[in-house]
Design a protein around this ligand. Structure first.
Ligand SMILES: NC(=O)c1ccc[n+]([C@@H]2O[C@H](COP(=O)([O-])OP(=O)(O)OC[C@H]3O[C@@H](n4cnc5c(N)ncnc54)[C@H](O)[C@@H]3O)[C@@H](O)[C@H]2O)c1
Ligand SMILES: O=C(O)[C@H](O)[C@H](O)COP(=O)(O)O
Length: 298
């Protein structure tokens, strides 16, 4: 059996797969080269850097390639409908990175409340902006979680432990512990911090209308998908004081291209780091080993 791990894979998982007598290619390929490599393997494992579009899957349709594994949660870089209608099996690793993302969001919330990234940046440029960066406590503030899935639930628990009041909105879940379930509108209206944890929903799911409803001076964290958030409307909402700051781990264009985001001091950026921990990557690797074993026994 042959696997292509086009965006790499944790070392321990690689060793485990080799023990199963599997040949594993850890190189990254693009375009025609990728298509040719895919034709030679049974399984492909991808992270976010590779897109398995219908155009690619059409060309590998009648080959030995059967299992497409997304090492991560979001399946938006695989054309799932095409894949499923054409005999491919599609799997992801939903259980592995949730805690890492939830911890990251706590860091983002505290960063926004206390200006930590900009204070670090200016201090290193020899500016002692002590007065300018007087912040707020997060204890007692309302955190509105949009999407109460694996990450949302862990975030709720951590924020609750830090004394935040947690409220949530989810299209499919309306009960979770004793956190208050609100309509999206009520969540936007009442939250001091808003964190998005849905899959990709639609382009600009959070846009001008939603910003207008928000509480004046609220903060936003987005670790979901860049396309969920309207970047132009965000800049306007920051400029008119509606939004006090935003932490964006995911962007419409990755790597970053939007100069307006770079130039705005109230926007903190990170290069899609939510699930980038040793622990998450190891757990993702082991979840993949289990998926491969299951596939081999089919
Ligand atoms: N930044 C990162 O590195 C990173 C890492 C992991 C996941 N993610 C992103 O976070 C997302 C959430 O991850 P998760 O593990 O919590 O997923 P999950 O599937 O466990 O939870 C998603 C939740 O969103 C809800 N939802 C779906 N559509 C909705 C809608 N239209 N409106 C409101 N709620 C809706 C679902 O009911 C579910 O409860 C992933 O899809 C992925 O895009 C990012
Ligand atoms: O959906 C996810 O799991 C993450 O957003 C995604 O996996 C992060 O991208 P990666 O670092 O794996 O390329």
């Amino acid at each position: 059996m042959k696997i292509l791990a086009n965006d790499g894979l944790d070392n321990i998982a690689v060793e485990e797969l080799k023990k199963l007598d599997i040949e594993i290619d850890l190189n990254h390929y693009d375009d025609e080269l990728l298509i040719n490599k895919l034709k030679e393997v049974d399984i492909v494992i991808i992270r976010s850097a590779t897109k398995l579009t219908s155009k690619i899957l059409e060309k590998t349709k009648n080959t030995k390639l059967k299992l497409l594994i997304r090492a991560g949660v979001g399946l938006d870089n695989i054309d799932i409908e095409y894949a499923k209608n054409n005999g491919y099996i599609v799997r992801n690793t939903p259980n592995s990175s949730a805690n890492s993302v939830a911890e990251f969001v706590i860091g983002a919330i505290v960063s926004l409340a206390r200006f930590i990234p900009i204070a670090n940046f200016t201090c290193k440029n020899k500016k002692w902006n002590k007065k300018q960066y007087q912040g707020i406590e997060i204890q007692g503030k309302t955190l509105g979680i949009i999407g109460m899935g694996n990450i949302g639930k862990l975030l709720a628990k951590k924020a609750d432990a830090l004394g935040m009041k947690v409220v949530f909105y989810d299209k499919f879940v309306n009960k979770c512990e004793n956190y208050a379930y609100l309509s999206l509108e009520d969540l936007l209206r009442t939250s001091d911090f808003i964190s998005i944890h849905t899959p990709f929903i639609k382009d600009n799911f959070i846009s001008t209308n939603e910003f207008n409803i928000m509480k004046d001076g609220c903060y936003i964290v987005n670790t979901s998908r860049g396309d969920n958030l309207d970047e132009d409307a965000l800049i306007t909402a920051i400029e008119n004081g509606k939004v006090a700051g935003c932490f964006m781990d995911v962007l419409k264009k990755e790597p970053i291209e939007n100069e307006k985001l770079i130039q705005n001091d109230k926007i903190y950026l990170s290069p899609h780091l939510g699930g980038a921990t040793d622990e998450a990557q190891q757990k993702i690797g082991m979840e993949i080993v289990d998926i491969v074993k299951e596939f081999m026994n089919m």
